[in-house]
Design a protein around this ligand. Sequence first.
Ligand SMILES: [Zn+2]
Ligand SMILES: [Zn+2]
Length: 342
Amino acid sequence: MTWEERWHPLREEWVIVAAHRQDRPWSGNTIAAHKEPLPDYVADCYLCPGNARVSGAVNPRYETTFVFDNDHPCVSSEAPAELPPPPAIYRNRPANGVARVVCYSPKHNLTLAELQLGEIEELLKVWQTQYRELAARADVAHVLIFENKGAAVGVSNPHPHCQIYATNFVFHTIEKEARASRRHFEQTGRVLFQEILEAEQNDGRRIISENASAVAFTPYFARYAYEVFVSPKATHASLASLTAPEVRDLAEVLQNILVRFDNLWRMPFPYVMALHQAPTDGGDYASFHFHIEFHPPLRRPNLLKYLAGPEIGGGNFLSDTSPEEKAAELRALSSVHYKSAD
Ligand SMILES: [Zn+2]
Ligand SMILES: [Zn+2]
């Protein structure tokens, strides 16, 4: 039983850990169990090769990854630059940017967890190229690369893909992490994330996978059951400056985690994956340490972690699980994907 608050140094907030709550009786909604296996091509999928999208554009017969501008962008360079000022204390500002989609593979049913190591490595290189290209634009202050996976996080099209939002603003979590990292560096001369890595290495109980230059762990301050951070060991402000061996190592650890996630309940494991990279607004982000965060919404195979009173009403996460126990569960799993092991 864990019953305490733990400080999240990157978000600068407390996480309430009440790990005896997992077994409380449940009579609410559960998430439907996995459905029939998906085919590798779907005629009306707007992401499959050769298919038409809503914009009328036709996808090429791509064979590896495929990047295109989102037909329904949440941010667009066509957003109005001049806005009428709001009344009184209210403030507004233009929101614009570029929204892209990256299909991982032409196969409709091939998730990131099932890609070959070389394919994940190639995807990381595509992310590097996208980040460099978009970051170079004067109107882009930040590049957010993320994947929503699974119906549990509201994904309408199961064709494996991630999204890129290159925006004229910096997302709030990144802003907070950058501020905390800079302040820590000014006060101590040390990179905050390096201190986290050191604490995790010294404790060891929450490390799930590592190799020469990359590591994956459930942080001490995890907000979600099965939350995992994947990062290079050396400090890089973004993916863009990783060397080829570092990309290879990161791909290996990333694959290891994705496979364990799927093996946990022998089903495609839903998550929100976000690459936390430094803003590209011209500031000094030498103390920002690039990492990938996984936020899985499920606590059990069919049970969602609901954001409710503490999270939405109060603004602090209440974790029902012990990060040490969840990390041990992930560590005990095979790193061979269940589909290829059968
Ligand atoms: Zn498809
Ligand atoms: Zn982060």
